[in-house]
Design a protein around this ligand. Structure first.
Ligand code: ADP
Ligand code: MG
Length: 630
């Protein structure tokens, strides 16, 4: 009897998936076995999701309530099948989940691919390529799935070359079976001993039994208890790492493991990780926390935003509460006082562990700070209660710290005699900041200045204002009062007491500049700020910091930046010789050009654009011509 086969639908992979599959299928990756970790990880997630759904709809579990993952081998057909009785996928889910890459940060990630196969593969491996890694070892993959509560069952099939098909199947068991037709060279994945080793290595932490089915023989390969419930002493670092990769969807090693069982008013377990490198989604606009919440071993959600503040969103891992009700819905978790208590306990713990690490190993802490410092600093203005602790954890580059970072306590310890402020300069990157003319007087006096180059610095600094009684002071803002800080005397020379006296004619030059520049500047004045440069720009005390106003203008939050003060170095040879010409016949045009040239030059040094480049060019050419004519 000819049974009519229902027609299969053909779908194209999303372009990004197509590219990924090309790379994956043609790579000579040395850790192909990780495909099994990825499939088992998905199967375990699927069972977690079913268990959660069954809290409110127990009928979903029906007679098939022992959740497990099965590996079956068919040596003759060279097939390996990974089966789970978890939540399953509908027709549409098969098409979207196994045809696109929905994970956040993926485009960002794909843009890092270089075209060099070996390099790209290690990057992909690090990113965790999930389901698609099956195509490293299989030339055809078949996924049959029935969603919990549905009757319809669908089969997804692909050879990984641009397309997949979907066809209806006679209803199978609830859950998902993924069959791999192994490639010629990959028959090792049909060997029970090899599979056992792989599962032990990568998936022992999975809380469900992973059963190997070889003919009639069935054998559980893993320990099958949730890793975070086991005593620390029984867990080795490899097991922590594998669990971290599983929960964190990351491929690196944890930088820090925070594993506790807390008993008392609240009882919970936390197994949290700080990653070693920056996850790609760290700066997603949503600033989402990725911690998985369990209640008595049952997975509840990985989207409980009240559990962890945004400034700790780099953490990965699980929190398992004994106190929340099992039938807690995700909505009930919002503004929940128990969750708030959990959060406060967790935050305290994490901050404490970070502090310990900072005290014990400054170098390791610096690597953490490079990755996550700018995120942690968000807490300084968001978490009022923990502000001081978080400032204590902050590290800074300074004008004298070289490649290393210092704390504010270090800074205060290194303040020079007469210094009563914490000086800082802010801008886009520390290297160009280091060259700012406004730092000259500080360098000359051996005064250290913080170099702040994270956009977030513009937010917490004004909120904090001072630390341990010392005010933060921008070196590009307001009048400079270095009065009490002595300049080290130059050796062998007499003390230059005239430094504070303004050389003759400079005051006239300042007056002339003011007249010439009019509204282009707020003021022109002499300064002690400079030693090597003739001029610089500063913001008036009380105005928005120059860097911040540039930032705001870039983001179109303000139309125009406030006009600045042009400060003049009265001892610079250029300025003193210009000063001698004030009052000379015909000098006023020359001095007017000089005023504009110096202003434009100061703008360029600030990294700003100049309002009239052609006038600048004309003036500069004029001056050069005169110089050559002499
Ligand atoms: P990730 O696990 O990081 O989301 P994957 O590529 O591993 O990425 O899987 C993509 C998606 O496919 C999963 O998020 C899930 O929705 C779905 N999926 C994969 N395997 C299964 C499975 N065994 N059961 C149910 N859904 C699955
Ligand atoms: Mg996955």
């Amino acid at each position: 009897m000819a049974k009519k086969t229902p027609k299969a639908e053909t779908h194209a992979f999303q372009a990004q998936v197509g590219r990924l599959l090309d790379i994956v299928a043609n790579s000579f990756y040395s850790h192909k076995e990780i495909f099994l970790r990825e499939l088992i990880s998905n199967a375990s997630d699927a069972c977690d999701r079913l268990r959660y759904a069954a809290l409110t709809a127990p009928e979903l579990l029906d007679a098939n309530a022992d959740l497990k993952i099965t590996l079956s081998i068919n040596k003759n057909a060279k097939e390996l099948t990974v089966t789970d009785n978890g939540i399953g996928m509908t027709h549409d889910e098969l098409a979207s989940d196994l045809g696109t890459i929905a994970r956040s940060g993926t485009s960002e990630f794909m843009s890092h691919l270089s075209g060099d196969a070996a390099k790209d593969m290690s990057l992909i491996g690090q990113f965790g390529m999930g389901f698609y890694s099956a195509f490293m070892v299989a030339d055809q993959v078949t996924v049959t799935s029935r969603k919990a509560g549905d009757d319809a069952c669908w089969t997804w099939r692909s050879d990984g070359k641009g397309e997949f098909t979907l066809s209806p199947t006679d209803s199978g068991e609830r859950g998902t079976a993924i069959t791999l037709n192994l490639r010629k060279g990959d028959a090792e994945f049909l060997e029970p001993a090899r599979l056992r080793t792989i599962v032990k290595t990568y998936s022992d932490h999975i809380a469900l039994p992973i059963v190997l089915k070889d003919g009639d023989k069935e054998d559980t390969l893993n320990t099958a208890s949730a890793l975070w419930t086991r005593p620390k002493s029984e867990i080795n670092s490899e097991q922590y790492t594998e669990f971290y990769r599983h929960v964190g969807h990351l491929g690196d090693e944890p930088w820090l493991v925070i594993h506790n069982h807390v008993e008392g008013k609240l009882e919970y377990r936390n197994l949290l990780f700080v990653p070693q490198s920056k996850p790609f989604d760290l700066f997603d606009a949503e600033r989402k926390s990725r911690i998985k919440l369990y209640v008595r071993r049952v997975f509840i959600t990985d989207d409980c935003q009240d559990l962890m503040p945004g400034y700790l969103r780099f953490l990965r891992g699980v929190v398992d509460s004994e106190d929340l009700p099992l039938n807690v819905s995700r909505e009930m978790l919002q503004n929940n006082p128990l969750v708030a208590k959990l959060r406060s306990g967790l935050v305290k713990r994490v901050i404490g562990e970070l502090r310990k690490k900072a005290e014990k190993d400054a170098e390791a802490y610096a690597s953490f700070w490079r990755n996550f410092g700018s995120v942690l600093k968000e807490g300084i203005y968001e978490d009022f209660e923990r502000r001081d602790e978080l400032i204590g954890l902050a590290r800074f580059s300074t004008t004298t710290s070289g490649d290393s970072f210092i704390s504010l306590a270090d800074y205060i310890g290194r303040m020079v005699e007469g210094q009563d402020s914490i000086f800082y300069i802010s801008g886009e990157d520390t290297q160009s900041l280091r060259k700012s003319p406004q730092l000259e007087a500080f360098d000359a006096r051996g005064v250290e200045v913080l170099l702040l180059a994270d956009p977030v610095d513009e937010f917490w600094l004004p909120a904090v204002g001072e630390y341990e009684g010392k005010k933060f002071a921008s070196v590009t803002q307001g009048g400079l009062d270095l009065g009490k800080i002595a300049k080290p005397e130059e050796k062998g020379e007499e003390e230059k007491s005239e430094a504070s006296e303004t050389p003759a004619g400079v005051n006239d030059l300042v007056a002339l500049f003011k007249l010439t520049l009019k509204d282009a500047v707020k003021d022109v004045r002499t300064t002690e700020r400079l030693t090597d440069s003739p001029v610089c720009l500063v913001a008036e005390e009380g105005d928005v910091d120059m860097h911040l106003s540039r930032l705001l203008k870039q983001h179109r939050r303000i139309e125009e930046t406030a006009t600045r003060i042009l400060e003049i170095n009265p001892t610079h040879p250029l300025i003193t010789s210009l000063a001698t010409r004030v009052g000379n016949e015909g000098a006023s045009e020359e001095l007017g050009d000089a005023a504009y040239l110096l202003l434009d030059q100061a703008r360029i040094v600030e990294g700003e654009s100049i309002p009239d480049p052609s006038a600048f060019a004309r003036r500069l050419a004029g001056v050069m011509q005169k110089g050559l004519a002499v």
